[in-house]
Design a protein around this ligand. Structure first.
Ligand code: ATP
Length: 273
């Protein structure tokens, strides 16, 4: 069905406290939260509310989480779709989906539309296109541009899009009135990882020896997604060992397992600190 391709329109419970670290990024999106909560405060003075912002950063650093938290903080509906879903789509379908999405979003404004992996639709049109090969992607991109231009800044729909390759994006997407702001969502440093561990340790039943700072020091190069993974794996390992609490040893084994998984995926864990 058509509706299946984008998720949405529901309120979300995620808030900024679920997003660890990323202090600068949170500060930057705070303004968007204010627009969504009280648009007239800005438009009455003649200010133009931005239509969209790009969240730029490597995989697993919390871009989706941050976009959800913006919707959660403003208490508005969250719509999302992924650019990669539009690849290999039949002619006309991608563009129709984009139109549908915007129609539903406008009806539920104020709200957030989140486009994950926007590079999959928004790749530069001049770049390595096989003649006739990328028609539908281009149609989808064009319909996105048309939709973005077609609503006023006071419509209350704000589009956040995520990419780890802003340099590959079609410059049309980056023009004023479109995604004219970029917000960096950087991989966490030592303190950032500690903060992320603290968030994901919270729901677990922990042995007294478990220490977020030490875990952070043992996971250089890990992004938030991997840290969340470690915490969940540790709990599963402890359960399999019939333990009543998750211990540091379970975490060490979980870290090894996650590193093993990353190596398989051919990701490089870069040395840091
Ligand atoms: P991708 O580009 O691969 O889609 P992403 O940047 O959108 O990745 P998320 O999907 O937001 O990353 O992160 C995956 C999960 O990792 C989150 O649901 C959350 O559990 C955890 N996570 C990532 N970053 C953070 C963070 N800064 N604070 C807390 N949890 C985080």
């Amino acid at each position: 069905s058509r509706a299946a391709l984008f998720e949405g329109g529901d309120k979300v419970k995620v808030t900024f406290k679920d997003v660890a670290g990323l202090e600068e990024a949170k500060e930057e999106v705070q303004e968007i939260v204010e627009f969504l909560k009280n648009p007239s405060k800005f438009t009455i003075l003649g200010g133009k509310i931005p239509k969209g912002a790009l969240l730029v950063g490597p995989p697993g650093t919390g871009k989706t989480l941050l976009a959800k938290a913006v919707a959660g903080e403003a208490d508005v509906p969250f719509f999302s779709l992924s650019g990669s879903d539009f690849v290999e789509m039949f002619v006309g379908v991608g563009a129709a989906r984009v139109r549908d999405l915007f129609k539903q979003a406008k009806a539920k404004a104020p709200c957030i539309i989140f486009i994950d992996e926007i590079d999959a639709i928004g790749r530069s049109r001049s770049r390595g296109n096989v003649p006739g090969g990328n028609d539908e992607r281009e149609n989808t991109l064009n319909s996105l541009l048309v939709e973005m231009d077609g609503f006023g800044t006071d419509s209350g729909v704000i589009i956040l899009a995520a990419t780890n390759r802003p340099d590959t994006l079609d410059s049309a997407l980056l023009r004023p009135g479109r995604f004219d702001r970029q917000i960096s969502v950087d991989p966490p440093d030592l303190n950032g990882r500690t903060a992320i561990f603290q968030v994901h340790l919270k729901p677990l039943t922990l042995a007294p020896d478990v220490d977020a700072k030490r875990l952070s020091a043992q996971t250089p190069g890990f992004a938030g997604a991997e840290i969340a993974n470690v915490c969940n794996e540790a709990a599963l390992i402890a359960a399999r060992r019939d333990k009543k609490m998750v211990t540091m040893q379970d975490f060490h084994d979980a870290i090894d397992r996650v590193i093993g998984g990353l190596e398989k995926k051919n990701k490089i864990i870069s040395p840091e600190e």
